[in-house]
Design a protein. Structure first.
Length: 202
C-alpha cells in the first residue's frame, strides 16, 4: 500500500487551487497601495487583515503544491505548479516587504492602539493581531529597512534553490544502487546512506 498526502481539505479540486492562486496573485499588486495607511488604527486593521488573508491562502497553496509534487516528483504538471507557487511566494513577500519597517516606524502609536483595542473605544478588529504585531515591535532591533527587506525578499528564489533541488531528488521515485558491505548486498536508500556514513570501512 502506498501512502500519499490527502490534500482535499486544502483544495478538493485543481480548479479550487487555481481560484485561490488567482486571488493571491491579484492581491500582490494592491499591497503597495496600503503603504502609508498605518497612521490610524482603522488603516492598520485593514492592512493586516489583507496581508494575513494573503499569507494564509499562500500557505495553503504552498502546502498543497509542494506535498502534491513530493508524492510524485516526476509529474511535470505538479512540478510546474509547485514552481508557480514558489514564484508567487517571492512576489508576495517582496510586495509586503515594506510592512514590518512601517509598523516599527509607527511603534508608539501602534502599541497604544493595541492596548486600547479591547476597550469600547478601541478597534476590536486588531485583537486577533496583537501578538504578531507586538512580535514585530519586539524584533525591531534586528529588523532591516524597507529597501533591505525588499532586496532580501527578491533574492528568496536563489536562497531556496538548493533546498528545492534537494527535496526534488529526495522525493523523486528513482531506483537506488546496491553495493557490497561486509559481504552483504545493501541498497543505498537515504536511510542506508546515513548509516553507511559512519561505517568503519572506506
Amino acid at each position: 500500500m502506498t501512502a500519499t498526502w490527502n490534500l482535499n481539505d486544502l483544495f478538493p479540486t485543481a480548479d479550487a487551487f487555481e481560484i485561490a492562486f488567482a486571488h493571491v496573485q491579484a492581491t500582490v499588486p494592491t499591497l503597495g497601495e496600503l503603504r502609508g495607511t498605518l497612521t490610524t488604527p482603522e488603516g492598520l486593521s485593514h492592512c493586516v487583515q489583507t496581508l494575513w488573508d494573503a499569507y494564509e491562502r499562500q500557505d495553503w497553496l504552498r502546502m498543497y503544491a509542494v506535498n502534491d509534487k513530493n508524492a510524485c516528483g516526476l509529474d511535470d504538471t505538479k512540478v510546474r505548479r509547485a514552481a508557480r507557487v514558489m514564484e508567487l511566494n517571492t512576489s508576495l513577500t517582496q510586495a509586503a516587504s515594506w510592512f514590518e519597517p512601517e509598523v516599527i516606524a509607527n511603534a508608539e502609536a501602534i502599541e497604544g492602539w493595541l492596548q486600547a483595542c479591547d476597550s469600547p473605544t478601541g478597534v476590536a478588529d486588531l485583537i486577533p493581531y496583537k501578538h504578531p504585531l507586538r512580535k514585530i515591535l519586539r524584533m525591531a532591533p534586528h529588523s532591516l529597512s524597507a529597501a533591505e527587506e525588499a532586496l532580501l525578499a527578491g533574492a528568496q528564489d536563489f536562497g531556496d534553490a538548493a533546498t528545492q533541488t534537494y527535496e526534488t531528488l529526495l522525493t523523486t521515485d528513482v531506483p537506488y544502487s546496491a553495493i557490497d558491505v561486509d559481504g552483504e548486498t545493501v541498497t543505498v536508500t537515504r536511510s542506508a546512506f546515513i548509516a553507511l556514513r559512519s561505517h568503519p570501512s572506506p
